[in-house]
Design a binder for this molecule. Sequence first.
Ligand SMILES: [Zn+2]
Length: 167
Amino acid sequence: MAWTEDRVETLSKLWADGLSASQIAKLLGGVTRNAVIGKVHRLGLSGRVKTSKPAKRAPRTTTAKTRTTAPSMPRMPRRTAIIPSPVPIEAKKLPSGEFATIMTITDHMCKWPLGDPSTSDFRFCGRSADKGDPYCKAHSQVAYQPARRRGVPSPAIAAAQKRRAIR
Ligand SMILES: [Zn+2]
């Protein structure tokens, strides 16, 4: 069908109104969408960007393969080395509220000496000790380490070693 002046005018108007080429083709009748587009170009009306179809986008086929970075591992909290500090370990009070003394100490209590034996402050650790062990776990660790390294009073070491020898 020929582009009469009327039809060109209608086309121009519809195009200006924002109708798509296919809509215009339908309204005009007798022309294809492509014919409308061609005419629009020839008329120099193609400045309008809007078309019936959304602008083509680059196909999204790269979603999976372009992922080069591996999923990051959850960050672990930095571990701080737990260094046991066995000394000094305070004496444990007995149920009576007193500290263990030479009078109250039993075989099942830690005999780690605390304080000056010549004073009334002297006491024993008093924590429960394993059977046959003179000291509680904490004091055993201290007692059985080299005195020079730990600076443990030698009498305690000697006593501990003696006890060990007997066992
Ligand atoms: Zn102890």
